[in-house]
Ligand binder design. Structure first.
Ligand SMILES: C=C(O[C@@H]1C=C(C(=O)O)C=C[C@H]1O)C(=O)O
Length: 282
């Protein structure tokens, strides 16, 4: 039986070396834009494996192995660095970032989400890991993403993709931001930045979004501009992949009228396995 295990290990190892050669070819084919990592494609790979998985070996471990592999394979194609919001008292974010982006990619902890976003915007990091937006956040990081400039990072993934395992800290998920576009995978959520010239209740906004065909998952609002006279900014999470050209966004704008200054996606993510009720418990 141990001989059989040695043979299996050789076969796995051979396949890994072969996979590295194919990834190198993909890296060459991707040039010149060389977008070394594609979060949507990564999610599709993991969902496909989860769907075919059987037997006693935990799918969460398969996912962790593949996350380590995919990160290392991406890094074969070019520079890759991560900045994580992980102050002293919130090391859980470091753990879930390391599970997602592996143990080889350089990873730096910063004390504020805004610092993580800055390092992505200035090119010091490829990916910034920031906390899932909370309802009572006084200085939400997502307001820094509410502009159309191509140099503005976008939300591109949610982590963990398959359960937290033994990560430290409280049960907080994180979002990843990067200077790439959010791509649809067939099971996605989109985050819309909504800016209005006058205050409109969340109830009215939700009704208008739903009448336009968008399913609202939740609202986060930033009232910090009120002191300066501005109405709240909203971050609306909606089901589905929504591109900036999506007709449902134009329908929403025409329902609410001229007071909509902005209603644009600031990114989104492929639904993690653990959050999809159709996937076996992980
Ligand atoms: C190989 C690619 O580059 C990266 C590595 C991947 C992998 O190892 O399978 C998948 C997606 C990308 O993040 C690709 O784009 O297909």
């Amino acid at each position: 039986m141990r001989r059989e295990i040695d043979e299996i290990d050789d076969a796995i190892h051979d396949l890994l070396m072969r996979r590295a050669q194919v990834v190198e070819q993909i890296g060459i084919a991707k040039r010149p834009d060389n977008q070394i990592f594609r979060p949507g494609r990564e999610a599709i790979i993991l969902r496909r494996l989860a769907a075919r998985h059987t037997g006693a070996f935990p799918i969460a471990v398969v996912v962790r192995i593949w996350r380590e592999m995919i990160a290392a394979f991406s890094r074969l194609q070019g520079p890759y660095a991560i900045t994580v919001y992980a102050p002293e008292d919130k090391r859980g974010f470091w753990d879930i970032a390391r599970d997602h982006y592996g143990s080889v990619i350089p990873m730096t902890a910063v004390n504020t989400p805004a610092a993580a976003i800055r390092t992505v915007a200035d090119g010091t990091a490829t990916v910034g890991v920031v906390p899932m937006p909370e309802e009572d956040d006084h200085e939400p990081w997502w307001r820094h993403l509410m502009n159309e400039d191509v140099k503005t990072p976008r939300i591109v993934a949610r982590l963990p993709f398959c359960g937290r395992g033994n990560a430290r800290g409280e049960n907080h998920d994180a979002l990843a931001v990067a200077l790439i576009q959010h791509e649809g995978t067939g099971d996605d959520r989109t985050l819309l930045g909504v800016e209005l010239s006058e205050d409109v209740s969340r109830g009215r906004l939700k009704d208008a979004l739903e009448a336009a065909g968008l399913t609202v998952v939740n609202f986060r609002s930033w009232t910090g501009r009120e002191a300066g006279g501005g109405p709240p900014l909203h971050l609306v999470e909606v089901a589905d992949y929504v591109a900036s050209t999506d007709p449902r966004l134009s329908a929403f704008k025409s329902k609410v009228g001229d007071i909509v200054l902005r209603a644009t996606p600031i990114g989104g993510y492929a639904m993690p396995l653990g959050l999809n009720p159709d996937v076996k418990k992980v």
